[in-house]
Design a protein around this ligand. Structure first.
Ligand SMILES: *[C@@H]1O[C@H](CO)[C@@H](O)[C@H](O)[C@H]1NC(C)=O
Length: 635
């Protein structure tokens, strides 16, 4: 027991140290410290962070920017979502170190698409492995842990394997588990839905608030960890083995949800997510270092940083039990978002999913427009975060409207029209600031696809935020147009006119005529070797044999059972270097990572008539100088 007490002491000390580091609030408004709030799960703010896509990070410094941005927004802790990838412990170590250096807290969120509910001992041991770290979040002086899914886990066995009284708030589900052994529960469903993990259908709507109520009733007074999310859109086609294609209604979701959070005063909230680009619910930067699991087709040029900006005054108000954000607005801002195409645009001829069958074992694959697209509206949203009242003018294409805004939070919307998108704040007839979005609404199917991910911008403009090379790795794989390159194509942000000036400036759009320079050399590291987890599906976890031991990656493989023998050479080559796509290939040995031959700067494509299963393998192998003429060619 001595060890347990020592850990508790360290946690309490760390919490006390953090509270003295200051907070994100304006100097004149004191925000309740983490120490005070964490003593009893009283208004804590978490954000879900996917470790599975950041296996390319090389040191704890690669986490610093994320930690600093999250802390500045008022997030108390990252929920570090882990599967069973070979790099998990290395990355957890980096994240804990960086969090400690940057005054953040972290905890592990076990992803039970990968972990087994039968492995309570493994879960407990993993918690124990990190519970002593200074950055570990302690609530009620107990190490905190959470999950995605996991019903059926033996929580008593978990605690005894952890050797401590873990404060466990898993994503168990009402009716599927008893709440008796847990301390609280996370609800993942941050989106209105049909009760079956898809968008609402006529007569079939389960709102986010319905989910709140179901969880609160089931928990009977135990702390409820409520979700907050800005969006949901995913569009993986047959170019990957984890095909899925649907939306949940987005629109004003994040603004309305934060208002609901202030009204309801939940004990804890979790922003879903920081960096799950594949499902378009990220609030972290595009440049946050990560591998491309295929999401860059709809994520490139689509920053969401404004969603984090919008959240900041709400987070401060929430911590202080305030329902009005006015006094927490540090910098006045317009945050706007919309989709780059109207929903009627027809991209069937070139889309990656239209009329293209793919593995639908998950039941999440649909062809063409994403399932649920009818629930989306063609609307430009503008949140005005103001210290004092003003007028907000919004122009979408040929339509302009002016709205009266109050101090605090306001949400305005106008119908989306093709053309430029412009925004201005005025007071007493004088422009305070104004600007034109870098993203026009067009009738061009960008990269040929249906893209229902929103573009989010701010006035004044934020930092430039292009995807980096690793995050663009798979952009062209599976595209049916040749006009799209794996490069950011937005210009740099235009200089913001800050006021007061006597009139609106003439159009000052500074869309760069050529994209910013990016390295033309393909990254030499392989893409993630395991498919991203579908945190909203009930797919069973993979067989244990695909689990690499800690610190190891795939170093040998062959064609998967039942797949064409024509894959053998490609699988043997690629699996040797850690890239062993499930579907065509299977891994037969794990070990220390082996560096592939140098990139030749060229990209490979399947031979005409070969299936989409060859896309990733030809791309990777040809790029590293193995381009078997029976399957692949240089594109
Ligand atoms: C995939 O499965 C779901 C669930 O059964 C079904 O609704 C959907 O139509 C299927 N998709 C395709 C492309 O057949």
């Amino acid at each position: 027991m001595l060890g347990v007490f020592r850990r508790l002491g360290l946690g309490a000390l760390a919490a006390a140290a953090l509270s003295s580091l200051g907070s994100a609030a304006p100097a004149n408004v004191a925000i309740r410290s983490l120490e005070e709030r964490a003593s009893s799960a009283d208004r804590l703010v978490f954000c879900h962070f996917m470790i599975g896509i950041v296996g390319d990070r090389g040191s704890s410094a690669d986490y610093d920017d994320d930690m600093q941005r999250a802390k500045a927004a008022g997030i108390d802790a990252f929920a570090l979502n882990i599967g069973v990838d070979g790099y998990t412990d290395q990355q957890l170590g980096y994240a804990y170190d960086s969090a400690d250096r940057n005054g953040m807290k972290v905890f592990i969120s076990f992803d039970f698409n990968w972990w087994s509910p039968g492995n309570a001992v493994g879960v407990g041991q993993k918690i124990a492995q990190y519970a002593n770290r200074p950055a570990q979040l302690y609530v009620d002086n107990r190490p905190f842990a959470s999950s995605f899914a996991g019903d059926g886990l033996d929580v008593n066995a978990l605690r005894s394997a952890a050797g401590s009284n873990v404060y466990f708030v898993p994503n168990f589900h009402p009716g599927q588990s008893s709440p008796s052994n847990i301390d609280g529960a996370l609800n993942w469903m941050a989106w209105d839905n049909d009760g079956n993990n898809k968008a609402p259908k006529p007569g079939q709507t389960v709102t986010v608030a319905d989910g709140d109520n179901a969880y609160k009733n089931w928990l009977g007074g135990k702390p409820y960890l409520a979700p907050v999310s800005p969006w949901f859109f995913t569009h993986f086609g047959p170019e990957v083995s984890y095909s899925k294609n649907w939306v949940f209604p987005g629109g004003p979701l994040i603004y309305n949800r934060w208002q609901q959070v202030l009204q309801q005063g939940f004990p804890m909230v979790e922003i879903v997510t920081w960096n799950d680009y594949g499902e378009s619910h990220y609030v972290g930067p595009l440049k946050s270092k990560h591998f491309d699991d295929g999401n860059s087709k709809w994520v490139n040029d689509m920053p969401h940083d404004g969603f984090l900006d919008l959240s900041k005054p709400f987070i401060a108000a929430y911590k202080n039990r305030d329902t009005d954000i006015s006094k927490y607005v540090q910098n006045e801002q317009l945050v706007y978002w919309y989709r780059r195409n109207l929903k009627a645009l027809d991209c069937d001829a070139t889309d990656t999913t239209s009329n293209r069958p793919a593995n639908n074992g998950s039941g999440n694959y649909f062809m063409g427009r994403p399932d649920g697209w009818q629930t989306m509206d063609d609307t430009v949203y503008v949140a005005a975060l103001l210290k004092t009242a003003g007028s907000v003018t919004v122009t979408s294409g040929g339509t302009t409207q002016t709205f009266q805004a109050n101090a605090g939070a306001n949400l305005f919307q106008i119908p989306a029209s093709i053309g430029q998108q412009k925004f201005a704040l005025t007071r007493n007839g004088q422009t305070v600031f104004s600007g034109t979005s870098l993203m026009d609404i067009t009738n061009v199917c960008s990269c040929g696809i249906y893209n229902f991910n929103p573009y989010v911008g701010t006035i004044p403009a934020g930092f430039d935020d292009p995807l980096q090379a690793d995050g663009l790795f798979s952009l062209t794989i599976g595209l049916h147009v040749t006009t799209c390159q794996a490069k950011p194509s937005l210009g740099t942000n235009p200089p913001v006119t800050s006021g007061p000036v006597s009139s609106l400036p003439a159009s000052s759009t500074t869309r760069a005529s050529s994209p910013p320079p990016v390295s033309s050399t393909r990254v030499s590291s392989p893409p993630v070797s395991s498919p991203p987890v579908s945190r909203t599906s009930s797919a069973p976890p993979p067989p244990a044999s695909s689990t690499p031991p800690s610190g190891q990656v795939c170093v040998a493989g062959t064609v998967a059972d039942g797949e064409s023998g024509n894959y053998i050479g490609l699988c043997q080559f690629s699996c040797n270097y850690g890239y062993c796509p499930p579907g065509p290939c299977k891994c037969t040995a794990f070990g220390a990572p082996i560096s592939p031959p140098a990139s030749n700067g060229r990209n490979g494509c399947p031979l005409a008539g070969e299936g989409d299963g060859y896309l990733g393998l030809c791309s990777f192998s040809c790029n590293h100088n193995y381009c078997p003429p029976t399957a692949c060619q240089y594109c």
